[in-house]
Design a protein around this ligand. Structure first.
Ligand code: CMX
Length: 134
């Protein structure tokens, strides 16, 4: 079973603008990277052993750009940390859960990730995240 919440993805127009808000609460960005395959720039803000993941689209074709256009800024996805990700995906599919990714793919922070479709999770875009321990 998933072991903890890894991070909470938040769609924003600008990481720099959003960072000003988090700084007022005493929270700082730990790292920023571009995930080319998802056409996003991501910034991680640690809070306890969870992170806020700010997601800024790098292209109009990014799924995050579409989300911002339709819904505006806000919570985009929830990520559960898990091990044995490929097995978890197989198990989820066998249990009738709709997968967006049948095979794990590289995400930020050297993690392997896969998404479950919000239509089969009661409305949340759910990411399963196999965190890197290196
Ligand atoms: N959370 C909850 N529901 C969502 C959602 C989200 N983030 N994004 C879309 N939906 C819902 C919509 O509200 C819509 O519901 P209705 O039909 O009831 O209106 C439905 O899903 C379809 O939405 P859409 O706008 O037509 O979007 P698409 O079907 O084109 O894409 C999704 C939706 C989830 C399949 C797509 O965003 C996806 O593949 N996401 C996974 C990849 C991703 O999000 N990458 C960015 C982050 C990368 C990272 O963290 O590294």
């Amino acid at each position: 079973m998933p072991s903890k919440i890894s991070h909470i993805g938040v769609a924003v127009h600008s990481i720099e603008e959003a960072a000003k808000f988090y700084r007022k609460l005493g929270l700082e960005i730990e790292s920023i990277e571009v995930v080319e395959s998802q056409k996003v720039r991501v910034a991680f803000i640690p809070i306890g052993d969870v992170r806020i993941e700010l997601l800024e689209p790098t292209s109009d074709e990014s799924t995050v750009a579409k989300f911002l256009e339709k819904k505006g800024e806000g919570i985009h996805h929830l990520a559960f940390a898990t091990d044995h990700l490929q097995d978890k995906l197989k198990n989820a599919e066998e249990n009738g859960i709709r997968l967006i990714d049948k095979v794990p793919r590289p995400g930020a922070h050297k993690a392997n990730i896969a998404f479950l479709h919000p239509k089969s999770t009661h409305g949340i875009l759910l990411e399963l995240c196999e965190e890197s321990h290196s």
